[in-house]
Ligand binder design. Structure first.
Ligand SMILES: [Zn+2]
Length: 242
């Protein structure tokens, strides 16, 4: 078969180039359309891809600002005091069928929260929505949801709903909270729902969840500790000395 080509001039740069006419009963149906030469087409396609990428980054940045507290947004990987060995483990973690949860246990000043924030940033930059909370904020929300002030209870319920349903949940500083009935009940519901719906959760705690046993009410202790450790990758900084 012979290929019929014809020449035309580029709509954008004016260069003459060959193109394949769309022939129908001997007439070129595309003759009257504006045509770009292959170089201009490639340039336009590259520009379009760059614009899409820029849009995606803008969107990720807006999500980042809406999600993470300002002091946790900045890049800290290069900081001399940043716990790089911890980040090497946390940064590589991906949820799977038998590892739905990531738990980081360790004393203060070991960059647990930083590493958690970097992981949140990694997830957000992939375009996934995350919910960021702390045990103290969650406890406040668990109590505020019953507030008589409608605005306060609405905000609290919205936050609890996000904790329950967000594609990823980051829960910082377990153990800094008071263990109240309202908090225990919300925490259990959130952890249980997320496991059942295969939604990943990453938490940090100043001590192993089993050490919370005497502080949690008898009714909720085992269910909560069980959910925290169910299919959980535990990174224990107390053992490794990192
Ligand atoms: Zn051109």
């Amino acid at each position: 078969m012979t290929m019929t080509t014809t020449t035309t001039s580029c709509h954008t740069c004016g260069a003459t180039f060959h193109y394949e006419p769309v022939l129908c009963f001997g007439r070129d149906l595309a003759a009257h359309l504006n045509k770009d030469c292959p170089a201009c087409q490639a340039r336009a396609e590259k520009l379009r891809r760059e614009e899409l990428e820029e849009e995606r980054m803008q969107h990720a940045y807006q999500m980042l600002c809406a999600t993470l507290p300002p002091d946790l947004r900045a890049t800290e990987e290069e900081h001399p005091e940043f716990n790089r060995p911890l980040w090497r483990v946390v940064g590589r973690w991906h949820p799977s069928a038998d590892q739905r949860t990531l738990g980081i246990i360790g004393p203060a000043a070991r960059c647990k929260t930083r590493a958690l924030a970097l992981l949140a940033r990694r997830v957000i930059s992939g375009g996934t929505r995350v919910c960021w909370t702390s045990a103290v904020r969650l406890k406040d929300a668990a109590h505020d949801r019953m507030s008589r002030e409608r605005e306060i209870s609405a905000l609290a319920r919205e936050h609890l709903r996000e904790c329950l349903t967000a594609p990823w949940l980051f829960l910082d500083d377990l153990g800094k909270n008071e263990w109240t009935g309202a908090f225990e009940s919300q925490l259990f519901q959130i952890l249980d729902h997320r496991l059942n719906h295969h939604l990943p959760t990453a938490w940090t705690a100043n001590d192993h969840p089993e050490s919370f046993l005497p502080m949690i009410s008898q009714m909720n202790a085992s269910p909560i500790i069980g959910r925290l450790l169910d299919r959980c990758t535990v990174v224990d900084l107390r053992e490794s000395g990192e």
